[in-house]
Each structure stands twice: as C-alpha cells, then as structure tokens.
Design a protein around this ligand. Sequence first.
Ligand SMILES: Cc1cc2nc3c(=O)[nH]c(=O)nc-3n(C[C@H](O)[C@H](O)[C@H](O)COP(=O)(O)OP(=O)(O)OC[C@H]3O[C@@H](n4cnc5c(N)ncnc54)[C@H](O)[C@@H]3O)c2cc1C
Length: 504
Amino acid sequence: MTHPHVDIVIVGSGIAGLSTFLYLSESEEFKDGKLSICMMAKSTVETTNTTWAQGGIAAVHAMGDDFEKHIEDTMVAGAHLNERHVVKKVVEAAPALLNDLIRWGTCFDKNAANDYDLAKEGGHSEARIWHAEDQTGHAIQSALVEHVFESAHAKVLDNTLLVDAIKDSNGQFHLHLYDESENRFFEVTTSKLVLATGGAGMLYSKTTNQHVATGDGIFIAKKLGATIENLSYIQFHPTGLFHDGNIAFLVSEALRGAGAVLRNQHGEAFMHQYDERLDLAPRDIVSRAIHAEMRKHGDACVFLDATHLSPAMIDQHFPAIKERCKALLNIDITKEIIPVVPVQHYSCGGIKVDAFGETGVPGLYAIGEVASTGLHGANRLASNSLLEAIAFAKFATEKLLDLPDAEQAVPVSFKKECFGIDRNLIQHLLSQHAGIIKNTKGLKAALSALQNLQSNAPVVEFNPYDHTSGVLLEVGIMLIEDALKQEKNRGVFFNEDLVNDLVP
Ligand SMILES: Cc1cc2nc3c(=O)[nH]c(=O)nc-3n(C[C@H](O)[C@H](O)[C@H](O)COP(=O)(O)OP(=O)(O)OC[C@H]3O[C@@H](n4cnc5c(N)ncnc54)[C@H](O)[C@@H]3O)c2cc1C
C-alpha cells in the first residue's frame, strides 16, 4: 500500500515549527507549488510552550550594547560549555531575526521615544529583551500562526500525534501518525523530517511547561540513530508562583529585572550571600540559592517582593502576572509579597545538531527546545531560547530546500504496542532524585525504579496518554543515565557527591 508523500514534514507548531514553515514558504519552490510541506501538532496549534513564554526574546539593539556583550553573557551563563561559534552565529543573526518576527506580524512594546522598549533579565549585562507586555510568547505564537494560515498551500494538522518514525532503505522517513479527533492511525512518508517538538517538562511533578512537553522528539530521534546529549542539564526557573503546594504560574524574571527582590520567610533579602549579581544572577545560581534558603529554614517557599516598585510600571509591564496573582492567591503584588519556589522549566540538552540543525542522520533535523545546538552550554541564558528556535529555523532552511531525488518508499511495519505506565511515579522519581540538587545514590535508586517500571508495564490498548507516559519513561531513563555520566558540577547540573566546580 502506498502512503501520501510530503517533501518536508515539520512536527511541532511552536516558534521552531512555525518559523521553519514560514522561512520555507518564502522559497520560490514553495511559491511555485513545487514543494510540499506539512506541519503538525499533537494538540491544538496554539498549545505550545511558546504561547506561555513571558519575558521575551533577546537581541542586541540598545545604545551601549554590542554582540560581544551578548556573546559573553551567554557564555558565562552556560559555564563556557557553549560552542562559541554557534553563540556568535545566533547572536549576530538576532537583530535580523527580530525583523522577521515583526515582518510576520509580531508587535513588540515600544517606549515613549517610539523605539523598542527593551527589558533586562538575569545574566544579561544590558537591556536587550524584546517583549510584548509579559505575554511575549502569546504575541509571537498568534502572529506566526495567523501568517502561516495566510499561506495558500499551508497544510497544517492539529491533534495529530507522531507516534513513531522509521527510515527505510531508500532513505524515506515513514511517519506513524495518530489522528486523535478521528481516533485513527495513518502513515505519511517524507524526505526531510524536522523535529520541533519542544521540551520534556512533564518528566517532573512541578513544571512551567504545557502538557504537550513529553520529550517525544528525543525518543524518536534516538530510535532513528541520532545522538542525544546533556539531557540532565535541566534548567529550573527560580520563581514559580507557589499556590496550595503546587506551581500555578511562572513569575517572569523580568520582574526581578525591573527591581523585585527575593526574600526569605523572615523578610530578609538573601541573594547577596550567594552571588554579587544578586537577584539577577543566572537562573541556576538563583534556584540553588532559593533551595538552600528553604532547606536552611525548613520553609516551603521564599518570596518575591515587588512592593517598592511603581504600581503604574507594574500595570504597564506586568499586567498578566498581577492579574494571575490576584485571581489565584488574592494577592495585590504592588502591596504584598509573592510566594515562589524553583520549578522545572527548560531542557538545555537534547538532540545533538550542527550549526544548521542537522542531526547527523541524513534528512533528520531538530529545531527549538528539543535540540542541543551548543548555544546554551550548561545553562540557558534567559530569553535565548525563543531566539535559538527562530535562528535554527533560518539556518536550516537552505539545507532543507536541498531535496534528494524522489526515491520509491520501501514498505515498513510499525509495532503498535502501548503500555500502561504510572506517569505520577515517573514524575515523583525524577522530581525527588533528578531535581536541583542530586546525589549519586538517589540517581541510582531512581534509575532502578524506572527500569523496574519498564519491565513490569502491562500492555494496554493504544491511547495518547499512555503512549506519551511510555515516552517519558524512556526519556527519564536517558536523563538519569546522562546524570550518572556527568563528572563535574557545571551550570544547571549539580550532584552533591561530585567536586563542586563552578558553583559559588
Ligand atoms: C512558562 C514559560 C515561560 C517561558 N518564557 C520564555 C521567555 O520569556 N523567553 C524565552 O526565550 N523562552 C521562554 N521560555 C522557553 C520557550 O518558551 C521554549 O523553549 C520555546 O517556546 C520552545 O519552542 P518550541 O517551538 O521548540 O516548542 P513548543 O513551543 O513547546 O512547541 C512544541 C510543539 O511540538 C508539538 N509536539 C510535541 N510532540 C509531538 C508529537 N509527538 N507529535 C506531534 N506534535 C508534537 C506540540 O504539539 C507543539 O506544537 C518559556 C517557557 C515556559 C514554559
């Protein structure tokens, strides 16, 4: 049986998938109808981490700022494990990429002088964060989605889950897809497969991520033979809003950029004990400092104090944070302090790619949070991830357009197995043993418990939830194996049994 063939399939509808689609759609091949592209999302097109991004996207623009400073800030945050040539390439491309976002309809905030209003975030030596209030991701997502749908030949599938992929002997990718709305499987073949599937936050009990972040791209790339690296470099955001023992919302770093101060339960500012950059130290340092304060005093959270800031400024720049704190906790942040705790936020590692988003498996690309490009090193600098996603979408375009001669697809068969796995247990084990502070005994115990879970999982009828729990289990095992291989504490990675390398 032959299946529909698409030249390029993009899996994911966040900034990585959307901007890859848009750059490709500007090619002559696409405009002439000679190139077929399909983009898919396993939930609605808008259900992405991109939609939830708050603070903004980094690019040099202000007087006094320059590329060298942005490069240096990125390298310092990444504990110099970043690949400098990649950092340079992305940072230098950033201003033109911001113009592309604006060209595609994104509106960034402007100041009274009618220039872009740039914010400063942790780890940045200058104000270079372009934003749309505190809902930048939503502004980008909706503008790009609208632009994609304006394209006459746009083929976009929502509620379509990539379950598995096999590469046949003629180099064609066979995609095993599940249409959730119609409860049916179908197959598509493609010459080029772009994984833009985002992060894996659902590995943890408390995460800022959307429910779609289950590490699917990592699981599939590994099966296709790509290299996965630094999975244990998980960034914890210092300030998740703490509500009823849970994380209700992310309180953007930009609030600290605007002057908000972290305080412990006694009302004391504490960051001066941990880093000279105080509340604007890189996220790994702030998260560990909060963790240490909580442990020292046996407290469940710390507080972010914005009460000394101008209420008018808060209304103008942080309306969503103000509104959510009021709605969830009945807190007026201009008068009351905000309870916060560190929370899983971002996967710095992932599918290893070169400077064009190529994985080393011919025809397979990874773009966005799912990829490990060398930009972030051991810790992502705030607001560099939206930038990385659009940058690699652009860098990959030329290579993607270089399509091989059409080869006949060779039939393959997919195993349609699905297992019933306790997702809560996976999340508990990862949160307990692969969190901000790890130790070798805990990592080994978690690995053995996860392997046990894998060996004893009962077969169940296919359903997306159990399928993705199975993916989380595989990715969780990979993450812990990666953590056990680490020999030094660097950036976001901290095992208390290892020699303390770069931590204050
Ligand atoms: C609350 C929050 C705030 C943030 N703030 C910022 C910020 O201010 N600045 C910044 O730079 N970064 C920020 N980040 C990080 C940034 O938003 C993400 O890294 C970035 O948006 C990831 O984009 P992406 O396109 O790679 O993935 P996503 O936007 O997460 O999109 C993933 C897509 O893949 C699809 N998908 C996944 N698996 C499958 C599958 N098996 N089959 C089909 N489709 C699939 C999903 O449906 C979705 O469409 C924030 C993140 C969060 C969660």
